[in-house]
Design a protein. Sequence first.
Length: 99
Amino acid sequence: MGLGRRVGAWVPNFSTVAPLLAHSDLIATLPALTVMNAMKTHQLACRAAPFALDPMTHVLAWSTRHGADPAVVWLREQVTAVWQTQVAQAEALVGSLKR
């Protein structure tokens, strides 16, 4: 496409991106859940990237020593369910804004 980019900043995590964007003319590619929260808090706009992006993998890690403990299994199931719901809602919202 003949496009180039210039990196304006490196940040340690996604939570620092929105405040940076809100006070600059920079752009960023972010996961849907981060975009949803950033749009509300920092009055940011969402647009589709002009190129294909691979999906971001999310990983939940736990101790193998206690991984079969019923309490750990229950907590892991709860976290997974909440995460999946939140990501689905964020992707739906961001998808509707791209149209």
